[in-house]
Design a protein around this ligand. Structure first.
Ligand SMILES: [Zn+2]
Ligand SMILES: [Zn+2]
Length: 326
């Protein structure tokens, strides 16, 4: 290989590393990410509320920053996935995002060609409200369905297991996802959002305005602000009993991570709890007191390092105990 080619390769690798690093940093600086500093701040306040109510005797700082949770073996694997997936996203997933816009345009054109220009007279307000509700409900149902399948189909569980192999939870566990699952989730999201936006672009005669996206962002902001970060943590933030039929509380997601067989395949909702309620997989916080996380002793051992988590799903003999019993 010539020197020029060597330099080009080196530049390409450096560019990927630079973009990956800025993606990693954007976790803290972007309001669309859970680790955005403002959400961390609100999580801190909510954690303080839980701490005060729990009546534990250690200082708040020690309660929050337990070494085992932030610097333990499990946490290190989480950080490994944050970094690894940043590179993976820049190389493989970011280029896919372009197709979302293409799909939106294609759906809009398809509707115009099939049904003619839309003649209904929807106000901007009604388009905004309908689009926002549709996208929230449909994307949430789609993520429940994928999550449900990841738990029920042995082949998919092998990949999803990586998220469940965490034996301690901290906000970065959110990103402890096998690249294959990340790819599936991104595909799902691109297809669902592309189709819905395309249909509403048609219904609004091309005027799905910035306002609509703002509407979604406001709801997203509210979800993040009220403790999304505490879902992966040791802070047992529960919502009111009745509210846990509608929205998944942080503690309800912690129950989803339980290594107790009684809690397997429960609370698979992303934001809304209604799907779990409808399909009989809902467990509310009031019914669970003690929790420990992970896959159980045997599988925790096979998922004890970052590389194990990455390669384990590709091994032929890694059928989970969960499926052997049934
Ligand atoms: Zn799960
Ligand atoms: Zn989780």
């Amino acid at each position: 290989m010539s020197t020029v080619e060597d330099m080009e390769t080196l530049n390409y690798v450096l560019e990927i590393l630079r973009e990956s690093l800025s993606l990693t940093l954007s976790y803290v600086t972007s309001p669309s990410k859970r680790a955005y500093f403002l959400y961390l701040l609100s999580s801190l306040l909510l954690a303080y509320y839980v701490y005060k109510r729990s009546g534990v005797k250690i200082p708040f700082f020690a309660f929050l920053f337990k070494k085992k949770i932030w610097l333990g073996k499990s946490a290190m694997i989480d950080y490994g996935f944050v970094l690894f997936n940043s590179v993976f996203k820049v190389i493989l997933i970011a280029p896919l995002l372009v197709y979302s816009l293409n799909l939106t345009e294609a759906i809009n054109t398809f509707c115009i060609n099939s049904f003619g220009t839309f003649t209904g007279n929807w106000s901007v307000a009604s388009i905004t409200i309908n689009y926002t509700i549709t996208i929230i409900v449909v994307t949430d149902l789609a993520s429940y369905t994928t999550h449900f399948l990841m738990h029920k189909i042995p082949f998919l569980w092998k990949f999803h297991k990586v998220h469940h192999s965490a034996t301690t939870l901290n906000p970065f566990t959110q990103y402890r996802i096998h690249p294959v699952e990340l790819l599936i989730n991104n595909f799902r999201s691109i297809i669902i959002k592309g189709i819905i936006t395309g249909v509403f672009l048609y219904l609004g005669n091309g005027s799905v305005s910035l306002l609509t996206f703002l509407g979604i962002n406001i709801l997203n902001f509210a979800f993040m602000f009220f403790g999304a970060n505490l879902r992966h943590s040791h802070i047992k933030l529960r919502y009111f009993n009745f509210l846990e039929y509608v929205l998944i509380s942080p503690y309800q997601h912690q129950i989803h991570h339980s290594d107790n067989e009684a809690h397997f395949n429960t609370n698979m909702g992303s934001r809304l709890a209604i799907w779990d309620y409808v399909f009989g997989t809902l467990v509310r916080s009031k019914d669970v007191n003690k929790l420990s996380f992970g896959l159980g002793a045997r599988e925790n051992r096979t998922h004890a390092t970052f590389w194990n988590n990455l390669w384990q799903p590709f091994l032929p003999n890694s059928m989970s105990k969960r499926f052997q019993k049934k």
